[in-house]
Design a protein around this ligand. Sequence first.
Ligand code: FMN
Length: 209
Amino acid sequence: MMDALDLMLSRRSALAQTLVEPGPDDRQLARLLRAATRVPDHGKLAPWRIQILRKPGQARLGALCAGLFEAANPEANDKQIAFERQRLQRAPLLLAVTAKLRPGHKIPEHEQLLSGGALCLSLLLAAEAAGFAGQWLTEWPAYRAEVLQALGHDPATDRMLGFIYLGSRSEPAAERWRPALEEVVGAWSEPVEAAAFGWQPPEEAPGSG
Ligand SMILES: Cc1cc2nc3c(=O)[nH]c(=O)nc-3n(C[C@H](O)[C@H](O)[C@H](O)COP(=O)(O)O)c2cc1C
């Protein structure tokens, strides 16, 4: 069995449109959600919500998106509108993750958002650990007030953090570009004018992985 670090070292999203059945059933999903909601959360605000969209919910939100798209793009053809109707219906299971922000709270809003971002990644990791795969996408529907409102949220305070598409992999994940550690990690010991990176990780000892 893969340990947690191996899982993180090899984690890859699957393209949402390649996800196939089975997705997690309600029992499996409850376990993923229990794991994912154990995120760091400054102030114990639980400033996030997760909504489960199985096929009927996906179809309804998809129809709303098709209508929004058509209204914004009157010249759009049937194929493009059908694509938008299908967008949120690509995978067996869709989770809409939103931040319920408390403006003016002593916990800054960006910390509330960060906790929700951590939750989204935890969902992907938990799904992968359970043998599923997923992808975290925002795309344009995440930025439409009408979508938030249809889900029952208040666009004044609530934000769409992402749609988490879940299902089973239909194709192996290819590796993608990752930054070298030295491009993003630096050692710091005293004030400097501009941050310096270029930290050199030690050679990995054979068998240490
Ligand atoms: C907040 C957030 C929103 C994202 N939205 C999109 C998106 O709208 N479209 C897209 O192609 N990728 C989006 N991505 C990137 C994918 O989730 C994913 O990171 C990408 O497919 C690379 O795969 P990896 O997770 O295996 O590194 C988003 C990522 C984050 C963190």
